[in-house]
Design a binder for this molecule. Structure first.
Ligand code: 13P
Length: 253
């Protein structure tokens, strides 16, 4: 049974005080027990403050990126041990915005993945196709390639520690969500590819999040799909009430 995992990617938003306010509001809105793992990924500058604010709650901390070395002459970069030191438990890797604007490739994702695992952090590896690629019916080959190259030479033991996020680029920040059927189709493919690489039993345990315009009013039908195990939320995680509603996607929680 895969436990749902709902993460809020704040991207380049929120100052120190805004971050503390947002996460404190979120904490106060959440029920005592939640049937999902809850993660927030503030910018680097707010990690320490958010970590303090979530203490004693069920919210865990993620970073949005990292370097692949533990330390060294890499001006402007932040390493996995530094993130661990600040209280991070997860690191988002290979987000399409990093691929699009900052030259992230499957090969750099792979190096970062190894570094993150070395520091005993949990990587959330993002994959997804562009609108052009979808129109050309290349979605499966693009996503399959990202998975195979991004996870290259990972051992089965390491594999069990990871989370995958499928984020179709055309659905990010556009208000256009993949239909549950469109998302499920790709999630199923991802699980099949993971099964070929790491064995069916291992692949059945891995959590695959969907990301791209997830909102309170579409999360339940997405989460109802067999291979969708969570959400990676951008815009709607910047407001405590809307993110809390997404977290409570199951009535009764
Ligand atoms: P939106 O929810 O704003 O579409 O962003 C999705 C995303 O990129 C999360 O990483």
């Amino acid at each position: 049974m895969r436990k749902p995992v709902i993460a809020g990617n704040w991207k380049m938003n929120k100052t120190k005080l805004e971050s503390i306010k947002l996460v404190t509001e979120l904490k106060n809105l959440l029920p005592r027990t939640v049937a999902a793992d809850i993660i927030v990924a503030p910018p680097f500058t707010a990690l320490t403050y958010v970590f303090e604010a979530i203490s004693g709650s069920s919210i865990a901390l993620a970073a949005q990126n990292c370097h692949w070395e533990d330390s060294g002459a890499y001006t402007g970069e932040v390493s996995p041990p530094m993130l661990k030191d600040l209280g991070c438990r997860y690191v988002i890797l290979g987000h399409s915005e990093r691929r699009q604007y900052f030259g992230e490739t499957d090969s750099s994702v792979n190096k970062k993945l190894k570094a993150v695992l070395r520091s005993e952090l949990i990587p959330i590896i993002c994959v997804g196709e562009s609108l052009e690629e979808r129109k050309k019916r290349e979605t499966f080959s693009i996503v399959e390639g990202q998975i195979k190259r991004g996870l290259a030479s990972l051992t089965s033991t390491e594999f069990n520690e990871i989370i995958i996020a499928y984020e179709p680029i055309w659905a990010i920040g556009t208000g256009e969500t993949a239909t549950p059927a469109q998302a499920q189709e790709v999630h199923q493919l991802i699980r099949k590819v993971l099964g070929e690489l790491f064995g069916g039993r291992n692949a059945a345990e891995i959590r695959i999040q969907y990301g791209g315009s997830v909102k309170a009013d579409n999360v339940a039908e997405l989460m109802a799909q067999e291979d969708i195990d969570g959400a990676l939320v951008g815009g709607a995680s910047l407001e405590a009430r809307s993110f809390a509603e997404i977290i409570r996607f199951k009535s009764g929680d």
